[in-house]
Design a protein around this ligand. Structure first.
Ligand code: MRU
Length: 358
């Protein structure tokens, strides 16, 4: 039901080639990087040429397939070693978004079923699985958009954080997908875009995506959110997620937790939109979620220029954890989960397990 051109953040057009839209240069330049092996995809993930939880899962899957496309082996053991090595490499790239480990596990399961097959059949099977992960993510986002749009009223102003659009997913987006679906459904809404320090995903990427589609948006610095809420300028907050614990705690871009506290203080609903691949059944609570720490230059420098004095110690966590108690609902591709989120998540995961065992 996407009415606009689908922005493709990654593509696997043919055997041996993965193309990545280099998000580090957006919005000033649109450049595509060509990755011809798994290591090049792993570096693209680590160096943020592409980012966003669902998208790095898609990229890891494509990276595994493209590595197998070009690797050489003399025996079944070597082929197997090659596969397990590239899976481990992908898992080392970024720690917080569980979609990455989820996608690697899907590739492992696909490989398990293809193990007795010829090289040609195995490679074709892995390519199909990687492309399928992307298509399914896109479909999940469209479904999530439909559910989530029902929460938005005509005339609403929605505050969002980080980038959760086509650039962060297989297409359409999670939180931004909900906004897109509401607009495509005829609602006139306005988006307040948090700039999202320090990496500026909001200023650079979300603003760009919204402009591409003509969705009305206003950019604010993160520190302005409280003021905007106090002034009655915000009807709801919608964000994405990098990992959802089974008690409903949510890890997302640093600054999300602040927003949840502000929303609570101002009685503004705070929603999370995420596909079920973001729910970690092995993670009991938010305190179990590993938080990535990134390079100090992201804080000490601005556009390549130093703005902080040399030698100042820096702490740069890329994500924070919003407690379940601050979340009004989690929008998934299957349904909108309402508090108590722990039992809603347990029920959803049980349904998914039953669905897979049929
Ligand atoms: O560091 P990033 O840019 O990969 O972080 C992305 C986010 O935190 C998004 O909000 C999250 O992945 C949900 S996006 C679909």
């Amino acid at each position: 039901m996407s009415a606009t051109k689908r922005i493709r953040a990654i593509d696997y057009p043919r055997s041996g080639v993965v193309e990545v839209l280099d998000q580090r240069l957006l919005p000033l330049r649109e450049r595509t990087i060509t990755c011809r092996c798994g290591e090049e995809v792993a570096i693209a993930i680590e160096e943020m040429a592409l980012r966003g939880a669902p998208l790095i899962g898609v990229a890891a899957a494509m990276g595994i397939a493209v590595e197998m496309d070009q690797a050489k082996w003399d025996s079944a053991q070597q082929r197997h070693a090659c596969f397990t090595t590239i899976c481990s490499r992908m898992l080392q790239t970024r720690p917080t978004a569980v979609n990455l480990a989820w996608a690697v596990e899907r590739m492992r399961q696909a490989y398990g079923k293809l193990q007795e097959k010829s090289d040609v059949e195995m490679l074709a099977g892995l390519q199909t699985e990687a492309r399928q992960i992307m298509e399914e993510d896109w479909q999940m986002n469209l479904a999530m958009g439909e559910h989530g749009a029902s929460l938005i009223k005509d005339g609403d102003v929605v505050l969002t954080h980080c980038n959760t659009g086509s650039l962060a997913t297989g297409g359409h987006g999670t939180a931004l997908g909900v906004i897109r679906s509401a607009v495509q459904g005829g609602k006139k809404i306005r988006v307040l875009v948090d700039e999202t320090r320090p990496y500026l995903q909001g200023a650079r990427l979300t603003s760009w995506e919204l402009q591409q589609e003509g969705i009305e948006a206003t950019l604010i610095a993160d520190s302005m959110a409280a003021h905007c809420m106090q002034k009655g300028m915000v009807n709801m907050v919608i964000v994405g997620a990098d990992r959802i614990a089974m008690n409903g705690d949510v890890a997302n871009k640093i600054g999300t937790y602040n927003l949840s506290i502000l929303a609570k203080e101002h009685q503004i609903p705070f929603y999370v939109a995420a596909p079920s691949s973001t729910i970690d059944p092995n993670c009991i609570a938010g305190s179990d979620i590993p938080i990535e720490e990134r390079a100090e230059e992201e804080i000490t420098h601005y556009h390549g220029h130093r703005v902080a004095p040399k030698g100042i110690p820096v702490y740069n966590p890329a994500f924070d954890v919003t407690p379940a108690a601050n979340i009004a609902a989690i929008i998934t591709e299957r349904q909108i989960l309402l508090p108590p989120l722990g039992s809603a998540l347990a029920k959803l995961m049980q349904e998914i397990r039953e669905c897979h065992s049929i």
